[in-house]
Design a protein around this ligand. Structure first.
Ligand SMILES: Nc1ncnc2c1ncn2[C@@H]1O[C@H](COP(=O)(O)OP(=O)(O)O)[C@@H](O)[C@H]1O
Ligand SMILES: [Mg+2]
Length: 229
């Protein structure tokens, strides 16, 4: 993303976005989604399984394209992004955190965390040290994912997303596979780091505690966005 055209422009703006998956029986996953996401804000997305949450995150990350409506990134229609620009946006501006951590099993935690930085030809050893220390995984950093707990793997995945200082973190049920206490610790870590760097966050969660830590809460019901009761 280049500099915003206007300082007040939202990071992302969705206008009447819809998504239908083609197939023998087409599935409409999202309908008429209007949403603005501003720099630094933290949005919790709640909703039942199959309601369209992951579909929405994938659209925000330009992993998938909407079927209808307009997605504006820094006030620019995402349909005008060429492949190179879309890749740049995904690599530089977005940090993605998945439910199942998605660490590469043949790399240590350290190597997993540093991989995106190497792709970006950046490095920030001070931030690496700081984040791994704050996350409490500094002493396990040279282990392979299978040699640490799920909570520790997710902490590494959170750091991997944050260390490149993206403008927006997209987290798809980041605590869904963790016990309650470990989940709260992960959410605390994400919030702290988002605060420090002014990073925006869109987090899919089923946890009321995780949602309460966000600045805004919305619910998806059958592909439609609603205020969270
Ligand atoms: N690649 C796909 N092809 C076809 N249908 C899909 C695909 N991905 C998701 N869906 C369907 O779209 C709807 C929303 O799915 P999803 O966004 O994954 O929901 P959630 O993340 O809220 O569980 C569901 O009915 C799901 O089966
Ligand atoms: Mg999902």
């Amino acid at each position: 993303m280049s500099a915003p055209l206007s300082p007040s422009a939202p990071l992302l703006k969705l206008e009447k976005i819809g998504k239908t998956y083609a197939g023998a029986v087409p599935v409409t996953a999202l309908q008429e989604i209007d949403l603005e996401i501003s720099g630094g804000e933290r949005l919790a997305l709640l909703g039942k399984s199959g309601s369209g949450k992951s579909t929405l995150l994938n659209l925000l990350a330009l992993i998938d394209q909407p079927s209808r409506g307009c997605l504006l990134i820094d006030n620019r229609d995402s349909r005008t992004f060429n492949e190179k620009e879309a890749t740049r946006y995904r690599r530089h501006d977005i940090g993605f955190i998945f439910q199942f951590f998605n660490l590469l099993p043949t790399l240590t935690l350290r190597e997993n965390i540093k991989l995106p930085m190497e792709l970006l030809q950046q490095s920030d050893d001070d931030l690496f040290e700081q984040l791994t220390r704050e996350a409490g995984i500094a002493d396990k950093i040279d282990r392979y994912p299978e040699e640490v707990s799920g909570g520790e793997q997710q902490r590494a995945a959170v750091i991997r997303a944050l260390i490149k200082k993206p403008r927006l973190i997209l987290a798809d049920e980041p605590t869904g596979n963790l016990d309650f206490e470990t989940g709260l610790h992960i959410v605390g870590l994400m919030n702290e780091i988002c605060d420090t760097f002014g990073t925006a966050l869109v987090m899919v969660t089923h946890s009321q505690e995780a949602a309460a830590a966000c600045t805004r809460r919305l619910r998806i019901i059958d592909g439609r966005l609603m205020a969270h009761a």
